[in-house]
Design a protein around this ligand. Structure first.
Ligand SMILES: [Zn+2]
Length: 1008
């Protein structure tokens, strides 16, 4: 009290000098620990020990603050995060997060759903106690920014919220199971955020909410930990590769953000949206040492708001700068990742008005410390990588954790420093999404009420619903004006226009009936709907020559349903109401005990076939009339069915049926619930995984077995009607499919549940050694299966395989050489509509193609083009007359050459008389391959994506039914079942399955 006033001030000043956060020149807080807070010395010493170079850490993570009440990750791990030899199961990670929650009011754990195998997913919120207390209040504020309609689009009101709201930064770890470092890094990050009192960390804690899903692919994580434990128990052996991650797919789990078919995508999507997060930052580990591919490379996705592109530059550049200042080598933000496809998990944020981010750090695929040698292109110094990674280093999981945590902390801090800008941007992006109809268009997409494939239409709408897109339905018919397609100016059309100067092409209009679905573009999440429903064009001239993933995905095309892109604003004035429940109005109409179901290639027909597996179902081979109604070929006829049983199944699947008084007089054959074997190779299970997922969703039963089991199955035909062999993917060559991995050396690679590996098998397949392939006995069994009347369905590389083992009579399959179709939507045409495989399809079938093999037909077995002696003569020789005149020979009258009919690229070549003389190799017409679908002409081939050099594959068969013995090999060059995005082509497969013993129906044979 009696102390002089000045001394108190001096003391205060001194305290400030000692304890004030250190500021960088720009006024930002310097990353440095709080000297007042004790350090956990033992933990810190271990971190230092496991860090292999002093420059592989940073002032942010080279110490761990001590806490008397909050446990460190050591409490669960038994060592520090990133310690060698330690990989926690998801349940251990959760256990720790829940210990944090118990010990600190700054941590809250939320359950966000389960995986396909029933494992829990969580999101951990870390923030100040005050922020966490006001979660709901803050959520309500963010919700207004996320949907500015709640603010009447009032910027001033938005600014008030921007000034107060606490932003949410969502981090997701280990979606890719062999990329193992994130969970421990995120455990430690959560601890630091909860405990560290340095000004740098405190600002993050007080200023924002960090939301963490430490394990995204939980099923895969547990399998990976199993594998690692097996490796530790057998240190001298090779350990098995992670052949399954989740129940269905492996790394493609990060390509599901369009179709949202996997639980992990749905759970992260819902969490992101529910929290109104500003950022979704996904952690990967495949590039040294930290590639912040937020900036990446072009082309950028065409549907993102340019504000986002700027945010990518801001955050990415700053991230690199901060870590470079710490002296950490190998941190960069440009590279070969393009941001075109919206299929990546992080892209949930990009097209829901947030900021998507992705790190590739450097992982060892486990917790071993390894000497790592890089490729020259990895350690080369480039303009964007001025401090590149080192050519050879000892690298540890701790190093990886240091990079991950440092990158995240500088990002969080920078984000917090600029949070008002980012929150305002969040609002602006949402507002601009709502203003889309007037500012940029389109105004809406319409899915008409008179869609012939209502169940597929609903499936597409369900995807949009999972994307949190608002769906409306018109309550009266509406007519809109369609835009006029501008003709391209070529010299010819310019001439044409000259003559018709005054004539403007009339705009056309279109009327949509009442009950049509409208996806309005004046909603906050219009961009994701636009990106999915629009068409894509990737120029072959694009400087980016190696697209990172699919280049085209237009959902309306791939679902085989009508989607109209509307630019007329009138659509938004049409009377309509919001739809929340999507249901196809299935049911039986009329009286009688023969029930007809029109076939429009809807996959649910197969669901119904299998559900009513004892009901007699026939399929009409020709069109017919009944009860005054016309039915097309492919119509399904149910006889003597129990009406109530039929009714409930039909309602469940949304199928419509008409009861007929009498059985129509039409040629028909049975539609069968065929017994299916889905065959996989241990070389890769994921591409086939998308097929399993499709069949499971359609409730179609099947056996699932590897190529190894074929050799040991004596009579395949007795057990199965159809063997599906989806693409193997990487390494799916004929040689590899038959021989598998080398077995002459090394040890067996088991994929089995053991005490060390309790989670490995899950609900999937198992083997004592995943190296052996199909083997030659297996080839013989497949031969026999088809020969005995089985149907073998092959796709892309497995079609190459079928042709290679000689069971695809008259079909050769070659890898394309010039054509470049990178995961694109292409046009195909039905060539033989009488084939049961084509039932329900009209002439044009859009399909997914990824450089499918080029099929060619031959009418002569084993024929090869013979080298001719001398040049090929396709034009007339030098002689009299003009180019089109016949030649003549002096001294005799002219004779016309016989005209040999030319076969089209998709047809069996005609056999000439000369070829037929004593030629045992001429395939009898009834045994020649039957082309069901062909690729469109070159000019019509591209629908969406990248296509270059299409002439090589244009017009060639896309789906061909080859005979062999009593059976069939149905070969696909397209991939009809892909990532849940191609439901429009599912029925090509399902038709083959259900008509397996009648595939020759409607077949017309060539005369010669
Ligand atoms: Zn990855």
């Amino acid at each position: 009290m009696n102390r002089p006033h000045w001394s108190r001030l001096a003391l205060l000043a001194a305290v400030c000098i000692i304890f004030a956060p250190l500021l960088w020149a720009d006024g930002e807080t310097q990353p440095a620990r709080d000297p007042r807070q004790p350090v956990d010395e033992a933990y810190t010493a271990k971190m230092k020990k496991y860090t292999t170079e002093p420059f592989f850490t940073s002032p942010l993570v080279n110490y761990l603050p001590a806490s008397k009440s909050v446990p460190t990750p050591e409490a669960v791990l038994g060592d520090v995060a990133g310690a060698p030899g330690i990989l926690p199961y998801a349940k251990d990670v959760y256990k720790y997060m829940r210990m944090l929650e118990k010990a600190s009011p700054r941590v809250k754990v939320f359950s966000i759903g389960t995986t396909e195998e029933g494992r829990e997913m969580v999101a951990v919120a870390v923030s100040s106690e005050e922020n966490l207390k006001k979660l709901e209040e803050n959520r309500a504020k963010l919700a207004k920014l996320a949907d500015p309609r709640r603010l009447q689009m009032n910027d001033a009101e938005a600014d008030k919220i921007v000034a107060q709201a606490v932003p949410v930064y969502y981090i997701t770890g280990t979606i890719h199971s062999p990329e193992t470092g994130a969970p421990t890094a995120l455990m430690e990050l959560a601890y630091r955020l909860a405990v560290d009192d340095s000004a740098y960390l405190k600002e993050i804690r007080d200023g924002m909410i960090t939301l963490i899903t430490p394990v995204v692919e939980v099923d895969g994580r547990d399998r990976m930990v199993d594998i690692y434990k097996w490796h530790l128990a057998h240190p001298k052996d090779f350990y098995p590769p992670l052949v399954y991650w989740g129940k269905y797919v492996a790394h493609d789990n990060n390509r599901d953000a369009m179709g949202v078919t996997l639980k992990l995508t749905e759970n992260v999507m819902n969490t992101y949206v529910k929290w109104n997060a500003q950022v979704l930052h996904d952690l990967h580990e495949s590039v040294p040492y930290l590639y912040d591919n937020t900036i990446g490379d072009g082309p950028y996705n065409a549907w993102i708001d340019p504000i986002l592109a700027d945010e990518w530059q801001m955050i990415g550049a700053r991230n690199v700068a901060d870590m470079t200042k710490f002296g950490m080598p190998g941190v960069f933000a440009h590279g070969n990742f393009d941001t075109w496809s919206p299929g990546y998990l992080m892209f949930i944020a990009a097209l829901h008005n947030g900021i998507s981010r992705l790190y590739e750090t450097f992982g060892n695929g486990g917790a071993d410390t390894l000497e790592r040698t890089l490729e020259p292109e990895e350690y080369a110094r480039t303009w964007y990588k001025q401090n590149p990674p080192l050519p050879k280093v000892l690298w540890s999981q701790r190093d990886n954790n240091n990079y991950e945590e440092t990158g995240l902390l500088v990002s969080l801090h920078y984000f917090n420093e600029n949070k008002r800008t980012f929150l305002k941007n969040f609002y602006l992006k949402a507002k601009r999404s709502i203003e889309k109809p007037s500012s940029e268009g389109p105004t809406a997409y319409v899915l008409p009420a008179d869609e012939a494939r209502p169940t597929l239409q609903l499936e597409l709408l369900r995807v949009l619903q999972k994307q949190h897109v608002e769906i409306s339905r018109t309550t009266s018919s509406v007519t809109v004006t369609l835009p006029v397609k501008k003709e391209k100016k070529t010299s010819k059309t310019a001439e044409k226009k000259e003559t018709k100067k005054d004539e403007k092409p009339e705009p056309t209009s279109k009327t949509f009936p009442v009950g049509s679905y409208v996806i309005r573009m004046d909603q906050p999440y219009s961009r994701i709907a636009d990106a999915l429903l629009d068409h894509q064009y990737w120029s072959p001239e694009d400087p980016q020559k190696t697209p990172y993933d699919d280049t085209g995905w237009t959902f309306g095309e791939l679902y085989g349903v009508h989607v109209s892109r509307i630019v007329d604003g009138k659509i938004l004035q049409a009377p309509m109401e919001r739809v929340t429940e999507l249901r196809a109005p299935g049911g039986v109409k009329g009286e009688g005990n023969i029930f007809a179901i029109e076939n429009h290639a809807e996959p649910v027909l197969a669901s119904l076939r299998y559900r009513l597996k004892d009901v007699d179902m026939q399929v009409a081979e020709e069109a017919f009339e009944a009860g005054g109604k016309k039915f097309d070929a492919g119509t399904v006829l149910l006889k003597a069915a129990d009406r109530s049983q039929l009714d409930s199944a039909i309602k469940e699947f949304g199928v419509q049926s008409v009861a007929l008084g009498t059985a129509p007089n039409v040629k028909s054959h049975p539609l069968r619930a065929a017994r299916i074997l889905l065959l996989h190779s241990w070389l890769g299970t994921q591409t086939a995984g998308w097929w399993r997922l499709a069949l499971d969703k359609l409730q179609i039963p099947y056996d699932y077995a590897s190529t190894q089991t074929i050799a040991g199955t004596a009579d395949l035909r007795r057990k199965y009607d159809v063997i599906l062999f989806p693409p193997v993917g990487w390494g799916g060559s004929l040689n590899n499919i038959i021989n598998g991995l080398p077995t002459e050396w090394g040890n067996p690679l088991p994929w089995q549940n053991t005490p060390e590996t309790p989670n490995l098998v899950g609900k999937n397949d198992a083997t004592a050694d995943l190296r052996p392939g199909l083997g030659w006995d297996g080839v013989a069994q497949l031969h026999k299966f088809v020969n005995d009347g089985g149907v073998f369905i092959t796709v892309m590389d497995t079609s190459q395989f079928a042709a290679g083992i000689g069971i695809a009579t008259g079909v050769s399959s070659n890898n394309s050489e010039k054509v470049k179709i990178v995961g694109a939507v292409v046009g195909t045409r039905v060539v033989d509509g009488a084939s049961p495989i084509a039932y329900g399809y009209s002439e044009k079938v859009p399909a997914y193609c990824d450089n499918g093999p080029v099929f060619s037909l031959s009418s002569i077995a084993g024929s090869r083009r013979r080298r001719k002696l001398g040049p090929e003569m396709s034009e007339r020789p030098t002689g009299r007359g003009s180019k089109d005149d016949p030649d003549f020979a002096v001294g005799r009258l002219g004779r016309e050459a016989p005209e040999e009919p030319e076969a089209e690229s998709w047809e069996n070549p005609n056999v000439t008389d000369e070829q037929r003389y004593n030629n045992s190799r001429v395939i009898p017409p009834a045994m020649r391959a039957r082309v069901v679908l062909r690729y469109a002409d070159a000019k019509d081939l591209l629908i969406s994506g990248l296509l270059e050099g299409g002439g090589e594959i244009a017009q060639h068969p896309a789906v061909v039914d080859a005979s062999f013995g009593k059976g069939h090999v149905v070969m696909f060059s397209i991939n009809p079942v892909w990532r849940g995005e191609t439901q429009g082509t599912y029925s090509l497969v399902l038709n083959t399955v259900m008509n397996f013993d009648s595939l020759d129906a409607g077949r017309k044979n060539d005369e010669k």
